[in-house]
Structure formats: C-alpha cells, structure tokens
Write a protein that binds this ligand. Structure first.
Ligand SMILES: C[C@@H]1O[C@H](OP(=O)(O)OP(=O)(O)OC[C@H]2O[C@@H](n3cnc4c(=O)[nH]c(N)nc43)[C@H](O)[C@@H]2O)[C@@H](O)[C@H](O)[C@@H]1O
Length: 410
C-alpha cells in the first residue's frame, strides 16, 4: 500500500511521529474544466505536496472524478469515480503518497475537512510592474461555493459526497505557482487543520512547467492496467500493432522507463485527435472543417505510406456520420453499452489516447489539452518528435504554428 511504501522509505525514528501525524491535502477544480486540464492541475498539486513534505508528513487525497461537462453518455453512473478506475495507483505512489477519498474518510474517522481555502485571483488584477508571487486572505469575490448547515458546518459539492462537511471556509487571493501557498499551509498547526482542501486549485500555476519534477509526476500518471489492456487488444486486432513489432518498450514501471527519442517506431497507422463540440461552436479559426481535416488526413497517409487511420473524436453523431462518409476507411474505438458502463466516458477517452499514443504518426487539435497529453505520452514512449508535435490548421488559418516540443527531463 502507499503507506507501506512511504514508511519503508523513511528512517525508523521518523516513521512513528511523521506517519502518525500525517496531514491531508485535498483539492478540487472549477467544474467546467475537462479531464485533461484536471490532470494538469494534479501535477501542480503534486509539486506543492513535495514542498510540504520537506517539512511535514502529508498525503494527497485524490479528488474523485465526476459530473464532468464533457461526459455526456446518458444512463451511466459517472460520479464519485475513484482514481483507480483511470490511473494506476501504485505508479502514482512512486511519486508522491496518494490515497482515494473513501480511504481518507475511513482514516480520518469521518467525512470532515478541517479547512477549505477557495482560491481566487486578486480583485485588482495584475498591475503594471514586475510579476510578484503572493497570497492573501481576502473576502470572497465570487458567489459562495459553500453554505452553512444548521450545525454551522459547511456543505458544498465535495465530488458528490453529500455527507461531507467543511469545518472552516475562507478565500485566498493568489498569484503565482503552487509553492506560493506552502508557507501558509505549514504555518497552520496540524492539530487544528489536519486536512486542508484547496478549491479552484487551477488558480495556482506550475512551479516549473516542463522541468524534471513536472515530468516525474507526469510519468507517474500511468493509465489503469485494464484500460491499457483494452487499448493494446484493439491495436493488435484492428491496427496490426503490437509493442514488439512497433519497437515500443514494455516496461510498466515508469521509474525504470527511459527511452531514447526516436528509438520507438509506433504502429502502422496514422492517429488523429479531432476535437469538435465546444471547439467548433466558438468558430475558432484554428480548427478545421471536416473536409479540411479529411484532406489533411489523406495527404498524411500518402506521405507516410500508411493505409490505416485511427480517429479519436468527440464529434456529435451527425458530424461523425459526415466524417465517416468522407473517410469510410477510418477506424474508431466504439464501445458496446457494457464496455461504456464499465470504462465510462473517461475510460473510453483514455483508450482513445492510448491508441493515439502508439501510432507511427499523430496529428491533434490546436490547444486541446487532450492532444497535449497524447504528445506527452508519445514522448515518454520514445517516438520521434517529428511524428508527434503536429496539429490541424484551420481552413483559413494563415500562420499555422505547430505545437511546441516539450522534452522529457529525467
Ligand atoms: C474549451 C476548453 O476545452 C478543454 O478541453 P480539452 O483541452 O480539449 O481537453 P479536456 O480537458 O480533456 O476536455 C475534453 C473532453 O472531451 C472529451 N473528448 C474530447 N476529445 C475526445 C476524443 O477524441 N475521444 C473521446 N473519447 N473523448 C473526447 C473527453 O471527455 C475530454 O476529457 C476543457 O478542458 C476546458 O474545460 C474547456 O472546455
């Protein structure tokens, strides 16, 4: 278990005190944010936790998944989803100590969170002058997210756990990276505030985007084994793709996986992430029409001598049918109802990402974090960057800048 792992890493005389008094860091993110942006916020929180752990014993309580705007499949249960449905907890635990929310309730002796900080920007914004990292307790700017019940405990969304309560809520104006808040959390006595929750955690920025610590946490976010297995089976069945033939390393332990860029080949197919829905409603000029996208797909297949194309998309049915008409040979992961109920929208999206990550060539959608996470996965797997950092251009987009190459730092 995570506890055993961390205990085994610490000198014996420290284990007793530090482990006994370990504090809990909880967080949540603004509701409209999607799954892959939330993965990014986890990385920021992990870096905060690492700072806190230099002084005290802390554990990250993983915010259950649910009620995400993009998860629109009807009739399936999509709240209070534990992280283990999507990620491999053992892998996460090799980076920082983490626990599921329900384990927190059990260990904490009840669904009470001592202190909730709602993070917000400064009312006055960022004035001219040098950038300054700061945090201050301030009156809450937005309508309150928490309201008191008759016992003066605070009720709120709490990931769909209706019985959870906060004992104290206050607002913090923040400007800066996740570490800016560490001194404040350490100043609170553990006896009083053993569990601390940061809500609207996306208001804290990365301490060092793209640095070693970023990548350690990113690499530890290994997808759950059952989802990887479904993706691998799909690759072999429909795309003639296996790790052995594609020269992709089989290593499960991220701490041992270090591949030279370009040494992996990838499966004999083109993979596409075509983000639609809210990306086209805004009529953004960096998103192509379906015709534009298919033209690009055909040209890439020809250039790279690939006769198979895997498509990941959130297109609505009507658009999807149009796409299929324009590109009849396309391959897509289409879950049965039972599979959807089992993996949920989040799991199906992960399977899509997994298959995209293993392709010989990938092209994604401009500024979609769904595509960015595929870039990172491919980087970790050691595929040639030329085959990764590509995106569709809008039909009328003139300067179509391609995504930045973020190199893994080990
Ligand atoms: C405009 C912004 O867009 C941001 O989205 P963006 O970065 O693409 O990426 P995400 O944050 O992941 O949100 C998009 C969600 O849409 C679904 N989705 C998108 N593409 C696919 C796909 O190819 N296959 C499957 N199965 N599902 C897909 C999936 O649930 C995914 O988490 C949001 O996070 C922000 O909150 C905001 O809405």
């Amino acid at each position: 278990s995570s506890e055993e792992f961390w205990v085994s890493q610490s000198p014996a005389h420290l284990v007793s005190d530090r482990a006994r008094f370990r504090r809990y860091l909880l967080y949540d993110v603004n509701p409209p944010e999607g799954f892959n942006l939330r993965r990014d916020v986890y990385i920021r929180m992990a870096s905060l936790l690492k700072i806190l752990m230099k002084s005290e014993e802390w554990v990250m309580v993983l915010p259950p998944w649910g009620r995400l705007y993009h998860w629109q499949s009807p009739d399936i249960h999509q709240v209070r989803i534990p992280w283990s449905d999507f990620f491999d907890l053992e892998s996460l635990n090799k980076n920082i100590p983490v626990m599921e929310y329900e384990d927190f309730i059990a260990e904490n002796g009840g669904p009470f969170i001592d202190q909730i900080y709602v993070l917000q920007s400064y009312a006055e914004g960022w004035k001219e002058g040098p950038w300054e990292e700061k945090v201050d307790e301030r009156p809450c700017l937005d309508p309150p997210l928490y309201s008191q019940d008759k016992h003066e405990y605070y009720r709120g969304w709490f990931w769909g756990y209706e019985e959870t309560r906060g004992l104290n809520v206050s607002c913090l104006s923040v400007q800066g990276s996740a570490s800016v808040i560490a001194p404040m959390l350490l100043k609170n006595t553990p006896a009083r505030n053993r569990s601390v929750m940061l809500d609207r955690a996306e208001n804290l920025l990365h301490d060092h985007y793209g640095g070693k610590e970023y990548w350690d946490t990113r690499r530890s976010m290994v997808f759950a084994r059952h989802l990887r297995a479904v993706g691998d089976e799909f690759r072999s069945k429909y795309l003639n793709s296996t790790n052995e033939a594609d020269r992709i390393p089989d290593e499960e332990d991220w701490t041992k996986l270090k591949v030279e860029l370009g040494s992996s080949l990838g499966g004999p197919y083109l993979a596409v992430h075509l983000r639609r829905k809210d990306f086209i409603w805004g009529h953004r000029e960096d998103v192509p029409s379906l015709e534009g996208a298919v033209k690009k797909i055909r040209s890439l297949m020809k250039t790279h001598g690939l006769d198979k194309v895997f498509v990941a998309t959130d297109a609505v049915r009507k658009e999807y049918e149009e796409l299929k008409r324009l590109l009849p040979e396309m391959v897509r992961f289409e879950p049965t109802w039972e599979e959807l109920e089992l993996y949920k929208d989040g799991g199906v999206a992960i399977i899509d990402q997994w298959v995209c990550a293993h392709a010989r060539f990938f092209i994604g959608t401009s500024v979609s974090t769904f595509s960015f996470r595929i870039h990172e996965e491919r980087e970790i797997l050691g595929l040639d960057p030329k085959t990764t950092y590509n995106r569709f251009c809008g039909d009328l987009e003139r300067a179509c800048e391609q995504p930045t190459h973020w190199k893994v730092v080990y």
